[in-house]
Design a protein around this ligand. Structure first.
Ligand SMILES: NC(=O)c1ccc[n+]([C@@H]2O[C@H](COP(=O)([O-])OP(=O)(O)OC[C@H]3O[C@@H](n4cnc5c(N)ncnc54)[C@H](O)[C@@H]3O)[C@@H](O)[C@H]2O)c1
Length: 293
């Protein structure tokens, strides 16, 4: 069985991935710097001692998830954002190259990097035009992966995720959590633009996509998405109905730096890694809201 190193293993996607790979019998090594980290190594991905971890563990495969992921925070502190997502990625990448990993999997954001004027659903060959420091730093990370892996003959993949959601007890952020949290406190959630849309993909489908990538390095970016555009106001109304609430949302102006509409084509994922999502939004919401008996 391959030895897999996961960065960002205490986060929403990292925890689910580590759990899935452990139960599938993979030899899993994890790195995260969060306060409550239960990872194998409690380390900052920017720290030069990462090199020692890699030379000791010698993983076959790296899945790089650790990142600053908050778009608004990336405006407040773009230097910190670039430090984690740019320098941190470069540090992990150099350690992976020095320890001769066979495949580097970078987890990118499909929502934040493409030109927002691209035709929907956005294909991987669409133009790149991030609207936020987060989008810039995620694309920079991928660019380092592409160039340095190719220079060193290392196979790589980049997965451009759309909005990933899952059980709210495991992910206390994102729009679905905010709606549920607001409704439970009887507060009106704010929706930034009546026409705002997103592409929602359930966590189990994302873990399945990452796992399917292991033996099919693409040396390119593949979108991992539902391919469907979901209106955020409609999403709110669905959640409100599921929770039996009558609270009205507040519709505010779109926020600077946030794309208004998004959906990502998933045709390339089917072609290259044989993946397609299986969880519909209706099924996923029942699981996310933990309404199953
Ligand atoms: N969740 C989504 O909808 C989504 C969508 C597109 C892309 N992504 C990408 O997926 C990845 C994981 O996202 P997530 O939702 O699990 O995020 P998350 O915030 O839940 O997890 C990120 C983890 O990285 C760790 N981390 C942050 N800075 C670090 C550092 N300097 N050193 C070590 N660890 C550090 C954090 O402690 C956290 O546990 C990110 O790269 C993100 O850009 C996520």
């Amino acid at each position: 069985m391959q030895k897999v190193l996961i960065t960002g293993s205490e986060g929403f996607i990292g925890k689910a991935l580590a759990r899935g790979l452990n139960s599938a019998g993979y030899d899993v090594v994890t790195i995260d710097n969060s306060e409550s980290s239960k990872s194998t190594y409690k380390s900052d991905i920017k720290d030069r001692k990462i090199l020692e971890i890699f030379s000791k563990e010698k993983p076959d495969l790296v899945i790089h998830l650790a990142a600053q992921i908050d778009v608004m925070q990336s405006f407040k502190d773009p230097i910190e954002d670039l430090g984690i997502n740019g320098i941190g990625t470069l540090n992990i990448l150099q350690a992976a190259i020095a320890s001769k990993v066979s495949h580097f999997i970078y987890i990118n954001s499909g929502g934040a990097i493409y030109d927002p004027l691209s035709e929907l659903p956005i294909v991987e060959s669409a133009g790149i035009r991030p609207l936020s420091p987060y989008g810039i730093s995620k694309f920079i990370g991928e660019s380092y992966v592409r160039i340095l892996c190719e220079e060193n003959g290392i196979r790589w993949s980049s997965l451009g995720l759309s909005n990933c959601y899952g059980p709210i007890s495991e992910n206390r952020k994102g729009v679905i959590y905010k709606f549920v949290e607001g409704l439970s406190r009887k507060e009106s959630p704010v929706i930034y633009g009546e026409d705002m849309t997103r592409d929602f993909i359930y966590i189990d489908d994302v873990i399945d996509a990452i796992t399917k990538t292991f033996d099919r390095p693409s040396n390119c970016r593949i979108n991992i998405s539902s391919g469907l555009e979901t209106n955020i106001l409609q999403l709110f109304l669905k959640i409100r109905e599921l929770l039996g609430s009558k609270i009205e949302p507040i519709i505010a102006k779109p926020r600077f730096g946030e794309i208004q509409r998004n959906s990502l084509s998933n045709s390339l994922a089917l072609e290259i890694i044989g993946w397609r999502p299986i969880t519909s939004l209706d099924e996923g919401l029942i699981k996310a809201l933990e309404l199953e008996s």
